[in-house]
Design a binder for this molecule. Structure first.
Ligand code: ATP
Ligand code: MN
Length: 477
């Protein structure tokens, strides 16, 4: 008999029909009630065991974590908490699980830190089940959003020789002997003898290649892994993370902002619609977690309310210069509560971003027109000579979720800026060619996928929203 997934069974009417179900035992109460989960939904199916029907040697192998197949009648449940249950006629043990050794005996609620150490098993908990189903839905929704708008999904390379963007933050890719690399006349490592005949790295962004695509297809996006060897041990940085980078020809910064806001609202709405139960579960999880905190540190809105609030309200839009003015007028500044200085020209610190989003505007904020000296060379220069057409989108609890800009499409301006910033223009001939051959106004942005998943799941550490996090000193699994 074909197996039916638990999600589907829980939506069916229990009319006594025979079904086969497979999954992992979450618990076995009173030698009678199995809570069975197969990952298709956060909810467990109750399988009722009659010890007159199930041999004792089988029954005693029904332990937490064991994998089983149950065959029986799907009936309306007499107990509360579920609409239907399966009355088992036979049970097969597919894989035993020694309760003495199983690390997920859910008697005491395991901490998120402990579960990170057993990330190979944490998918089997309610919290991580919900998080990764939501992550899946968000990924799907992103592809759907762009596909429906006629964007082309462009696969930009993971290995790259261009280091224009993230000098110092890149992971080197090499097949040279680490103990005894070949040296050139100057005594430096001779990358001419390396696999690619030159030094190569893992990409920090697919943007530059994305721009090449936009100059032919109009609208493209990438969605792939990116790597940053930044030694920042924060709850918002990973060494390996996934980024979505749309790039649009004939877009200015206003078009870019509008697209980013529309996309974020679309994918959050999509998750609310398709992962309602998971988000309800995560909302409750966060409420329980916040009960440990003093009243004044708890969120005003719960997770579900926060997501809906984000959908229903227009993002605030201000320039960097206006943001600095707001910060200087703030009680935090006046009472010297900011750790870092506030001055036109500074790169905003997380405390500043959080003040703007969480205290001042209380909603997502789009900041534009940053000082050129704290932004990348490819951003379009404003006429004031001081600022560029950059935009960062800041989210409550997260800080920066998107970084983007209108790109500099004027060849002389772009080359001028590259020279000022000591970026080799000869090596970047391929990038500059787009400005030589049919250049046009264009714009794009990068969305950090894990930061989006953090926001939608209400988790607080980025290590808990990617299956196997890579961070400094951690590359387990
Ligand atoms: P931050 O200031 O938070 O380090 P950034 O300015 O370095 O971000 P960008 O280079 O603009 O970020 O990258 C685009 C997006 O990628 C960011 O808005 C963020 O959502 C995400 N991102 C950047 N670095 C990381 C990282 N180390 N781990 C996870 N996501 C990241
Ligand atoms: Mn960074």
């Amino acid at each position: 008999m074909t197996r039916i997934k638990i999600k589907q069974l829980l939506q069916s009417e229990g009319t006594g029909q025979d079904v086969t179900v497979k999954g992992w035992v979450r618990s076995f109460r009173n030698n009678q009630f199995i809570s069975l989960n197969d990952g298709s939904t956060n909810n467990n199916l109750q399988v009722v065991v009659d010890l007159n029907l199930i041999p004792e040697d089988i029954a005693k192998r029904i332990t937490t974590g064991a994998s089983i197949a149950a065959h029986g009648a799907l009936v309306a449940s007499q107990g509360k908490g579920q609409k239907v249950e399966v009355q088992a006629k036979s049970i097969e043990i597919l894989g035993d699980c020694d309760p003495e050794k199983y690390p997920l005996q859910l008697k005491n609620k395991p901490s998120l830190e402990y579960l990170r150490e057993i990330a190979h098993l944490r998918f089997r908990t309610n919290t991580f089940g919900a998080v990764f189903r939501v992550r899946h839905t968000l990924a799907y929704a992103i592809h759907k959003f762009f596909n429906d708008k006629g964007f082309l999904y462009l696969h930009t390379p993971v290995i790259t020789a261009s280091d224009a963007e993230g000098a110092g933050e890149m992971f080197r890719v090499t097949t040279l002997d680490a103990k005894n690399p070949p040296l050139n006349e100057n005594g430096a490592v001779d990358f001419k003898q390396d696999f690619f005949g030159r030094a190569a790295n893992l990409t920090v962004s697919g943007q530059l290649e994305g721009e090449l695509g936009a100059m032919a297809f109009s609208d493209v996006y990438t969605f792939g892994p990116t790597f940053r060897a930044e030694n920042s041990n924060t709850p918002r940085h990973l060494a390996e993370f996934w980024m979505i980078e749309p790039e649009m020809a004939f877009f200015d910064l206003n078009d870019n902002m509008a697209l980013a806001e529309e996309m974020l609202k679309y994918v959050i709405g999509y998750a609310l619609e398709h992962n309602r139960e998971d988000i309800e579960f995560l909302t409750q999880r966060l409420l329980d977690e916040e009960k440990q905190k003093p009243q004044n540190e708890r969120s005003e809105l719960d997770l579900m309310q926060k997501l809906n609030f984000c959908l229903e309200n227009a993002f605030a839009k201000i320039t960097y210069t206006e943001a600095i003015d707001i910060l200087k007028e703030s009680p935090n500044y006046k009472k010297k509560k900011f750790q870092y200085p506030v001055e036109w020209g500074i790169d905003l610190q997380s405390e500043h971003e959080r003040y703007l989003v969480e205290k001042h505007f209380k909603k997502p904020v789009v900041l534009t027109d940053y000082p050129k000296d704290i932004k990348a060379f490819y951003m379009r220069q404003n006429d004031d000579g001081k600022t560029v057409r950059a935009m960062d989108i800041l989210f409550p609890g997260i800080g920066e979720i998107i970084g983007g800009s209108q790109r500099e499409e004027r060849l002389e301006k772009l080359e001028g800026r590259m020279k000022e910033m000591h970026i080799p223009t000869e090596e970047m001939y391929w990038y500059l060619d787009t400005r030589r051959f049919g250049s046009c106004p264009h714009a794009g942005f990068g969305l950090g996928f894990e930061r989006l998943v953090l926001f939608v799941t209400g988790m607080t550490n980025i290590r808990d929203v990617i299956p196997f996090p890579r961070t400094p000193n951690n590359c387990e699994f």
